[in-house]
Ligand binder design. Structure first.
Ligand SMILES: Cc1cc2nc3c(=O)[nH]c(=O)nc-3n(C[C@H](O)[C@H](O)[C@H](O)COP(=O)(O)OP(=O)(O)OC[C@H]3O[C@@H](n4cnc5c(N)ncnc54)[C@H](O)[C@@H]3O)c2cc1C
Length: 391
């Protein structure tokens, strides 16, 4: 079998792998990236609805979930949102801020992939697609069996991402490699994912599919404001995707259906009116939701027939609509995976495994998961850059 010698083998030609390769190549190291898909950066291409939300201007540790919330700080400080913005500007990529610091390409996410490819070419990085990776061993060098030959390298970088969206190339290989080298993986779960109704709620709410409201979704101490979308199977939209990362099976989520108004005050103003409750509520919520909500929580009557105590109780339910989701849509529809290679076992400066010199883990495969809004790609850039200085 052909033997290929390189300084560095990177498995995974996604966001973090490409960034790491660029940085290592710039240092004069010989780099090969292996990927089993027919195209590189498939998730980047699909990201941000095709416009790639490539960073968030303010990316801080608080925007990430990890068993060690401090782990991401060092890498984020060394390759910042401004650094990826500078790179995009050097490549003439036009971008705009959509909301809350989220930067998107004006044209297409393909521009980001092209930028990474151009940088890889300049740094003489070799990219091999459609490449199957088999057994990996380590003696003095790492030896990686592939269908294009046996690679030997001083450093091996695992940039294989999480489990979400298998159709875009996700596999569990990164976790298996970690396990093989004796590293632990924290519990994995789909995140930034639509939530499903439980059995009884599904019968009640599935007919509201298509409705969307601007609300606040909470789980424990976390809350997110944004669009909540009713689907046939459950709830989706940015506020729900955000809260899904903090939700665990069996837990409740609370939705404030009217975060901007004090509905009790409106009830009081109408205390002498014969306006029906559901008609009043539908001034603030879509009619079909308001009807359904009243049917279940407070059968509609003229406003003047309720007491002040009733108003308070109904208002409380509107501001704290509590549901227990039956589950999530799973990895097929999850934007990311929470959990990953235990950060206790990695250097936060270099991403190298403490007990396996030369073995590096970067990007989503590590137990660092960002909120919605460009934080996940920023982590991929920052962790790839960090490893790129040391591999
Ligand atoms: C639909 C969607 C939209 C998203 N939108 C955004 C967004 O707008 N902004 C944002 O910040 N984040 C977004 N994300 C998340 C973001 O894309 C990821 O967090 C990021 O790409 C992770 O980078 P990575 O390098 O760790 O992994 P990836 O980019 O997933 O790259 C992993 C690579 O490893 C390869 N690979 C996997 N298994 C093997 C194997 N066995 N052999 C060889 N190669 C293998 C894969 O083919 C892939 O190329 C989105 C995710 C999805 C699914």
């Amino acid at each position: 079998m052909t033997k290929i010698n390189k300084d560095i083998v990177i498995i995974g030609a996604g966001a973090s792998g490409l960034m790491c390769a660029i940085e290592a190549g710039k240092r004069g190291r010989s780099v090969i990236i292996l990927d089993h898909m027919e195209k590189s950066g498939k998730k980047i291409r699909a990201s941000g609805g095709g416009r790639c939300n490539f960073t968030n201007i303010i990316s801080e540790a608080g925007n990430y979930l990890s068993e060690n919330p401090h782990f991401c700080k060092s890498a984020l400080a060394r390759f910042t949102p401004q650094d990826i913005i500078n790179m995009a500007e050097r490549h003439g990529i036009a971008y705009y801020e959509k909301e809350k610091g989220q930067l998107f390409c004006k044209k297409t996410s393909v521009e980001i992939v092209k930028m990474l490819h151009d940088e890889c070419s300049r740094a003489l990085v070799e990219i091999r697609l459609h490449c199957k990776v088999g057994n990996i061993t380590k003696a003095e060098l790492f030896s990686i069996v592939t269908d294009i030959g046996i690679m030997e390298a001083e450093s091996l970088v695992i940039a294989t991402g999480g489990l979400s969206y298998p159709e875009l190339g996700a596999t569990d290989v990164g976790y298996r490699i970690a396990d093989k080298f004796g590293l632990t993986v924290t519990p994995l779960r789909p995140a930034l994912v639509p939530l499903l109704w439980n059995g009884s709620d599904r019968k009640i709410f599935s007919e509201l599919s298509g409705i969307s409201i601007n609300a606040t979704a909470s789980c424990g101490k976390r809350h997110f404001r944004g669009e909540v979308l009713f689907t046939h199977r459950g709830l989706s939209g940015p506020a729900i995707l955000q809260i899904s990362s903090y939700w665990m099976p069996g837990k409740e989520i609370v939705i404030n259906l009217m975060p901007d108004i004090d509905i009790c005050a409106h009830f009081m103003e109408k205390s002498k009116s014969r306006t029906e409750l559901d008609n009043l509520i539908s001034e603030f919520l879509p009619k079909s939701l308001s009807r359904k909500w009243c049917e279940l929580n407070a059968p509609s009557r003229p406003m003047c027939s309720f007491s002040e105590k009733d108003y308070k109780a109904i208002a409380n339910k509107i501001h704290n609509w509590t549901i227990t989701p039956g589950g999530t849509e799973g990895y097929k529809k999850a934007e990311i995976t929470c959990g990953g290679i235990d950060t206790d076992q990695l250097s936060s400066k270099t991403m190298e495994a403490k007990k396996v010199p030369g073995l590096f883990f970067i990007g989503e495969v590590v137990d660092v998961a960002g909120q919605l809004g460009g934080y996940n790609l920023q982590w991929a850039w920052s962790s790839g850059f960090a490893a790129g200085q040391y591999v």
